[in-house]
Write a protein that binds this ligand. Sequence first.
Ligand code: GLP
Length: 261
Amino acid sequence: MQVIICDSKTEAVTLTSAVIAHQLRIKPNSVLGLATGRTMEGLYARLAAMHQNEGLDFSLAVTFNLDEYVGLPPTHKNSYRYYMNHHLFSRVNIDLRNTHLPDGMADDPEAEGRRYDSLIEDVGGIDLQLLSIGESGHIGFNEPLSAMFSRTRVKALTPKTVEQNAPLFETPEEMPRFAITMGVGTILEAEQCIMLVTGANKASIIARAVEGPVTSMISASALQLHPACTVIVDAEAASALEQQEYYRWIFEHDPQWERFR
Ligand code: GLP
């Protein structure tokens, strides 16, 4: 794992967008794993601007989102399909047929999970998986005690996650209590993982995920096991990390980051 500390949220978003753009340039038909949430909004705005101004090409890209709420149709403003169409897909030249999210309306959500995993397998796996972290420590919707080897399946959301995301709904009661999410095991199979974390409210959980023990109580800590995972944080989110100097030194000296410095 590598941790990159940026001075500001804008800088963290810019760096993350540069990594994604680089991936698309070296492999235009990349399979991207995508995430939702407030953290990603600025990133998708920036990728849309890069498409507009620099011709960043999504025409051959294939995407798989991490998760979807159970019971929300794609037309619901809080569904992650709606979110993705609104924030990214309608603003770039991606072929919508190449964009995938779990179907939250599936009659058999468990079978839907298995279908989703095999779809990912069929395209040869995910090249670059984008992630953020929920205050419960989740990646996707892998709430505490999600198995390290878990596959795409239905998870019940914790009260903390409901508290965090319910304000995004018109009425808090409207927020579903279940979601279909890629499993921790599914996520760990991606070739590369990039986790973008910003804001003071994430400082304590990201410190536990990065510097604490690997534990299924904090699904994000499983990323310590991934051979190519980079955590990009702004100064606020980095504030509880103990080894900040070390992370800065590595970033300054590691040749793999030269083009991004
Ligand atoms: C949701 C998503 C997560 C995401 C989290 C962060 O819960 N399922 O994948 O990491 O939101 O949300 P935010 O960026 O709004 O803090």
